[in-house]
Design a binder for this molecule. Structure first.
Ligand SMILES: *Cc1c(COP(=O)(O)O)cnc(C)c1O
Length: 395
């Protein structure tokens, strides 16, 4: 089976990890700050905090922004559940903003409408979490203008988008948000096995996130509310977690980071080749906006309504391609349709554009080591699957 995504591990990566394993510090050594420094300078962010996942980075980002019970966080339904769950960890409520069907990203028009209604109803969100779907940045200029107007914070969930650009600046630079989060899960652009990072230009937010990342404990005199007992003293001032990244992971990340630009370049070339291969095929790729340079985490095609319902088409195409050894996937099941969120009061029909996208979306394999031959095979298999739907025998 050709997977939909997978890591690229070099001999240098293995050597970097081995070096840490042979060193004195498997965690809380020098590799984590080195990785943080490297990502900060790569993106232009002032501060970077490595975590054991993007999910925990989202959690400490929400905590640092003061999200708590009684507060509200808005995100998009077309994302991984973690973008919404971070609010629930803090006891806050979640609501969703429908997508722009062209890009699959949070729609600034829907956001504007939702803000107007929310203001009338007297319940504005404290935080919004736009997600850069498939690696393409959201329209952050529009989203941040609205957020500023209504006095709410922004966490960019850039789990798909390290190495991408928006308006010619790296995603993560923080021009349009308070905090940006990256994921280093193996299917993402670079990997640390499990891992994530929170970036910010605010020293205060960075400081708070550092506390939440590590038990709420500080050894720094300036943080202490009581006099130190001596050189061994540390003080816990709030309830934090152990969300630290290990040095083993950070060494892998640091080594991977040296290939970030080439990974993104390869992904862009592979995506462009799919565009060519599928140009005359009855599927719609997501629209790429001119001010965005996608990191191309995922290549999603939308299976249009050839015959019967779009959902039936997509399922048949999915099953056929899996049978032919192509590891297609679906990104994403709208979060509000998950049983957990339905139990909180959401239901089908709440976000029509997201639900329509979900009926059509199919992710085909995309990762740096994918070969031209594999791409031709994947495209031919997709074409055969679609032909099967319109009554022609799949070849
Ligand atoms: C992968 C992903 C996450 C979670 O990342 P982890 O590092 O696995 O915790 C969050 N949001 C989005 C959009 C993702 O794709």
């Amino acid at each position: 089976m050709i997977p939909y995504g997978r890591q690229n591990i070099s001999d240098d990566d293995i050597e970097a990890v081995t070096a840490v394993l042979k060193s004195d510090f498997l965690t809380q050594g020098q590799a984590v700050p080195a990785f943080e420094q490297a990502v900060a300078s790569k993106t232009g962010a002032g501060f970077a905090l490595a975590t054991n996942s993007a999910t925990s980075a989202l959690h400490i980002a929400c905590l640092a922004l003061g999200l708590q019970s009684g507060d509200l966080l808005w995100t998009t339904p077309i994302t991984f559940v973690a973008s919404a769950n971070c609010a629930r960890y803090c006891g806050a409520d979640v609501d969703f903003v429908d997508i722009d069907p062209a890009t699959g990203n949070m729609s600034p028009a829907a956001l504007k409408e939702k803000f107007i209604t929310a203001e009338k109803n007297g319940r504005l969100p404290k935080v919004i979490v736009p997600v850069h779907l498939c690696g393409q940045s959201c329209d952050m200029a529009a989203i941040s203008a609205l957020a500023r107007h209504y006095g709410c914070h922004i966490i960019e969930d850039a789990s798909h988008a390290i190495g991408g650009q928006y308006q010619n600046e790296p995603v993560g630079c923080g021009r349009f948000s308070d905090i940006t989060v990256f994921s280093f899960h193996p299917v993402k652009i670079i990997t640390t096995g499990e891992g994530g990072m929170a970036l910010t230009n605010s020293a205060e937010l960075a400081h708070k996130m550092a506390l939440y990342r590590s038990h709420g404990i500080s050894r720094d005199e300036v943080d202490m509310t009581e006099a130190s007992h001596g050189p061994w003293y540390y003080q816990q001032t709030l309830l934090g977690f152990n969300y630290r990244m290990t040095d083993i992971q950070a060494a892998l990340g640091l080594s991977q980071l040296t290939r970030l630009d080439s990974f993104v370049l390869q992904r862009r070339e592979l995506a462009a080749f799919y565009d060519t291969l599928l140009a005359d095929v009855d599927v719609t790729p997501l629209t790429q906006l001119p001010d965005s340079g996608s990191a191309w985490h995922l290549y999603v095609v939308q299976i249009d309504n050839v015959q019967g319902t779009a959902a039936a088409n997509r399922k048949e195409v999915f099953n056929y391609m899996r049978e032919q050894g192509v590891g297609v996937n679906v990104h994403y099941i709208p979060v509000h349709l998950q049983p957990y969120y339905r139990n909180l009061g959401f239901s089908a029909g709440d976000y029509p554009a997201a639900e329509d996208y979900y009926r059509k979306a199919l992710t085909i394999p995309l990762y740096p080591d994918l070969t031209t031959e594999q791409q031709r095979y994947i495209s031919a298999t997709l074409i055969a699957a679609l032909a099967g739907r319109s009554g022609v025998e799949p070849g």
